[in-house]
Design a protein around this ligand. Structure first.
Ligand code: DAH
Length: 337
């Protein structure tokens, strides 16, 4: 072995060590190059065959080989130590699993949209509890003692005489009892009725209530605001229709229809050939309601409305069965997230 061979060997040995992929390989290379029967003793033994004048240079070369190989082994050992964890150990350097992202339920999306549309014309959101009093849910809303909606066949009563509110209208009462006029609120939330579930009924559903009370509020405000709402939600071409109706808490009362989103008013299966879809109940707040909450019916007037949110969700998202909104089947819900 001459000096050239020694240089070549130093280069190939360090390269080999740098590409070693495990601690075991590294140990085998250490033995092969520096071990008792390895390359280093072999190099030292060949020193006596080198011409005397070349020996100092060869000796230095041998030393360089030893230092370079030792350093390469140390460096590689440190590098492997940080990436290759022993089997079964926790590898804190591995990227984590990204948790699957959830999405808003369709009803939440509709509430957000309705809230945003009314926010633009000055309505804030008011809330009330799902369990409320007979006074807030019926009495203050001018509901006669023999009105069928009070029947335990229709409304869930609790043992202490309270009830699961059967509409969001009690939020009107709560708000007016606690705030002087003027009032401009919407109240989205749950309502409960003893209905047998089918494609369009659920014992637990959502409504949004609206209430605007001030001086000189009129039916024209109601028509204008609900028509604005209809066009924001269903598009600029939508028409509205107000039909006379009866609610205990409004006088006069109306039912509000929007032109059918499917046939645009021509008549189809969805609107039962009428061209219209019933969306809301509404009317001018009855003076009895103002008296019940301590407002002066001579000083203020107001309009109120209430509508079902499942119905709007089903129209906008083309859902054919209300029960799908409550099955919590993520394969279904994911489409809308
Ligand atoms: N509370 C009524 C219902 O559940 C809806 C309603 C009708 C609310 C007329 C109102 C209203 O505020 O003025 O069917």
């Amino acid at each position: 072995m001459n000096l050239e061979d020694l240089k070549t060997l130093t280069a190939s040995a360090t390269a080999e060590i740098q590409s070693a992929d495990s601690a075991d390989t590294l140990e085998a290379l250490r033995v092969a190059y520096l071990g008792r029967k390895g390359k280093l003793p072999e190099i030292m033994a060949s020193l006596k065959e080198v011409a005397p004048e070349d020996r100092p240079a060869f000796g230095q070369g041998a030393n360089r080989f030893k230092v370079a190989v030792s350093e390469a082994l140390e460096t590689r050992k440190a590098a492997l130590g940080t990436t290759a964890a022993p089997a079964g150990a926790l590898d804190v350097t591995r990227p984590g699993d990204a948790p699957p992202l959830g999405g808003n339920h369709p009803i939440r999306q509709i509430i957000a949209r309705v809230t945003e549309v009314f926010d633009r014309i000055g309505f804030t959101v008011a809330t009330g509890p799902d369990i409320d009093t007979v006074f807030n849910n019926f009495d203050a809303l001018n509901t006669p003692a023999d009105h069928p909606s009070r029947d335990p066949q229709d409304t869930f009563y609790l043992e202490d005489g309270t009830l699961m509110r059967c509409h969001t209208s009690p939020v009107q009462v709560r708000y007016m009892l606690n705030n002087p006029p003027p009032v401009r609120i919407i109240a989205p939330g749950r309502a409960y009725r003893r209905d047998t579930p089918d494609a369009t009924h659920s014992a637990n559903f959502h409504q949004v209530e609206g209430l605007y009370v001030a001086e000189n509020v009129s039916m024209a405000d109601l028509k204008g605001d609900l028509t604005y709402f209809a066009r924001e939600i269903l598009g600029p071409g939508v028409k509205t229709r107000f039909r006379p109706h009866f609610f205990p808490f409004t006088e006069p009362s109306v039912e509000v229809d929007f032109t059918c989103h499917v046939c645009k008013g021509k008549g189809c299966r969805v609107c039962k050939n009428s061209g219209w879809i019933e969306i809301a109940g509404a009317g001018m707040v009855d003076p009895h309601v103002f008296n019940a909450v301590g407002y002066d019916p001579e000083a203020v007037t107001g309009y109120a409305f209430g509508m079902g949110l499942e119905r709007i969700a089903m129209i906008l998202l083309e859902i054919d069965d209300i029960r799908r909104l409550y099955d919590n089947d993520v394969r279904f819900l994911r489409q809308f997230a």
